[in-house]
Design a binder for this molecule. Sequence first.
Ligand code: PNS
Length: 163
Amino acid sequence: MNRTVIYPGSFDPVTLGHLEVIRRASKLFDKVIVAVLINSAKTPTFSIEERMQLLTDAVAGLDNVEIAGFEGLLAAYCRQRGVNAIVKGLRAVSDFEYEFQMAIANKKLNPELETIFITADADAMYLSSSMVREIGSMGGDISNFVPACVHDRIVERLRKSSL
Ligand code: PNS
């Protein structure tokens, strides 16, 4: 049986916390599709092309990981890709209510769909893309928060967007 899981998110931009979830999911599943939300109510700082390119570079070496963009409902995208598992990272209790709501809504929309939670690594408990954006745009050091291979590009981009 070929087990594929979808890891959805905004990834605006990718953090070490995201990468940790991808790495761990790639060991549990035959294939991981990292699905980057294209249309969001909030306007992302990084374009869809930038977010996908940063992710592509961050997962280099993980052969069973695909980076894809998706629009519309996640439940519909999972059905379209023939995938019935979603993986999400859980950092703190504060994530739980929102994630629990989404998991139930997705299952109502697509009863075949299971949501699996991976608990964040202790080092990633506090990490979020919005924190990276805020610290980076104010010139702070984000080297402990984002993958080293994409660090300079994220810094450069946040510096430009804050000018
Ligand atoms: O990284 P984020 O912003 O927490 O990711 C949120 C995401 C992309 C997983 C969520 O917004 C989503 O699934 N959006 C697609 C639209 C959808 O299906 N909405 C209903 C979810 S119950």
